[in-house]
Design a protein around this ligand. Sequence first.
Ligand code: QAP
Ligand code: CO
Length: 167
Amino acid sequence: MAILNILKFPDPRLRTRAEPVAAVDAAIDRLVGDLLETLYQAPGIGLAASQVNVHKRVIVLDLSEAKDDPLVLINPQLELSGELVETDEGCLSVPGFYEPVTRRAHTSVKALDRQGKPFSMQADGLLSVCIQHECDHLEGKLFVDYLSNLKRTRIQKKLLKSQRADA
Ligand code: QAP
Ligand code: CO
């Protein structure tokens, strides 16, 4: 397994729309393993393949305290319902920033698991928000897109500045 480099906002590659996975084969299994290792060492609660510059429809999440309960969604299809809820969201591609985002409370998901087997599930609370956030990445969308232009521009400036300092 390997720890992959996470693209940082405003890298334009984060705007790529991901392609469906045609077959859950050994290469996808390796990608899932690498995504989980990258997620755990970050550490984070969710990561989309788009964030490591692999434009395939694969996301991994783990909201457990012990980081021992991974959820893998391949080619996820979402149906949203319920009331609007506001959550402070962050993102490994937008390090150091958490801002409130409003989304639907309930998510119904159909996806393939790591073995390529179709399954469905329901989510509420933080898991629902996190699934919606990660699926947005597959469309090239980021949580900062829901913020005011002023807030987004300020975050962009600060991140570009710290990326220059890193280089
Ligand atoms: C998405 O994000 C999420 O700024 C997953 O310095 C997060 O795992 C959805 C992280 C919150 C809903 C609510 C962020 C790590 C991790 C940072 C993450 C940071 C270090 C973010
Ligand atoms: Co994110």
